[in-house]
Design a protein around this ligand. Structure first.
Ligand code: FO1
Length: 326
């Protein structure tokens, strides 16, 4: 029977490669059309006149099974003829654009120029990629992440790719987050009584999740959300699975451990999933008033992604019952 409302029962916040892995796991343990994933747009930038939205593309490519599984971004079986030709012309090749990935950026840029919203373009691209879940940008307005360093500000991709995350980070700015309008679909879903859980994917808290939380209305809606909010730690046994997460925690003066992640989210999460290797941290996090469960969070293959997604949903049901009994 067709679902009476389009409403999503699970909402996931995701950015980067780790987030997309759990999002994929979620699509294997629930009706994927009832899953909404809010993608980070802080990584978005203009390059060669193209509007590029890496985290939306990573989600789209991953959920359609077409992502390059080794890199985690871009498309599998990619060719690089355009990049080779660009190299010969002395062009800027620090940001690798594969030939088929290029179509996504060209077509998104064309439609944006014609006045279509980033959300509407993403809905249509997902339909064409055969994705049933809703992937939505946190906003249709640009809110680029600016990385603060002792040598001055860096645009996100200049920090992440061009400089290879080498500069020391002293802070972040999410340019325009106070004025930009959060995606109405996101606020509607957060306020929908049919929502069963919110999942904070194991993405980089500073680079991928904070740009989503930077919208005051979004953080407020999360704090007041009736559904349990469950975060999965991106740090396991004092280190991050991939990327600069651990280094950034250290550079900002935080302990590099899952407890620091729980503390970062403490004002709006109900539950926190620790990796089994971090079982010693359970009581510390419980003291923050946050329920904790253990799982294997090292998503090395589809089985682990699916198992972790199942654990997250089961945990959220237990949290919901606990909230009801309060
Ligand atoms: N990451 C890199 O480290 N090197 C690249 O050349 C690169 C190109 C690229 C092209 C399209 C795209 O969607 C993502 C791309 N990424 C690349 C990843 C990108 O930097 C993302 O921002 C990261 O995945 C972090 O979220």
């Amino acid at each position: 029977m067709k679902s009476s409302t389009k409403s999503s029962s699970i909402l996931a916040l995701s950015g980067g490669i780790g987030g997309a892995k759990l999002a994929l796991g979620l699509t294997h343990v629930m009706r994927s059309e009832k899953l909404m994933i809010v993608g980070n747009i802080g990584d978005d930038f203009e390059h060669y006149g193209l509007q590029i939205s890496p985290d939306l593309d990573t989600l789209m490519y991953t959920l359609s099974g077409k992502a390059d599984s080794e890199k985690g971004w871009g498309l599998a079986d990619e060719s690089w003829v355009f990049m080779q030709a660009l190299e010969k012309l002395g062009g800027d090749t620090w940001f690798q654009l594969g030939d088929t990935d290029l179509a996504t950026h060209l077509e998104r840029t064309r439609r944006l120029r014609e006045g279509e919203s980033l959300s509407a373009i993403t809905v249509d691209f997902c339909r064409r990629f055969g994705i049933e879940s809703s992937i939505i940008p946190v906003s249709n307005d640009p809110v680029p992440t600016i990385v603060k360093t002792p040598e001055g500000d860096l645009a996100f991709q200049d920090y992440f790719v061009r400089e290879g995350c080498k500069p020391t980070v002293t802070g972040f700015r999410f340019q325009g987050a106070d004025e930009a309008e959060p995606n109405p679909e996101l606020l509607e879903t957060l306020r929908n009584p049919l929502l069963q859980a919110v999942v904070i994917c194991p993405s980089n808290p500073f680079l991928s999740i904070d740009p989503i939380l930077a919208f005051p209305a979004v953080r407020e809606a999360l704090r007041n959300c009736h559904a349990p909010v469950i975060a999965v730690s991106p740090i396991i046994d004092g280190d991050a699975v991939k990327g600069p997460t651990a280094k950034i925690f250290d550079q900002l003066g935080y302990p590099v451990c899952a407890t620091a992640v729980a503390n970062h989210y403490r004002d709006f999460i109900d539950g926190f999933i620790l990796d089994i290797q971090d079982s010693a941290l359970v009581s510390q996090i419980n003291k923050m008033g946050i329920s904790v469960e253990l799982a294997n969070t090292l998503m090395t293959d589809l089985n682990v992604k699916t198992e972790l997604a199942r654990s997250v949903l089961d945990f959220s049901e237990r949290c919901a019952k606990r909230n009801l009994s309060l």
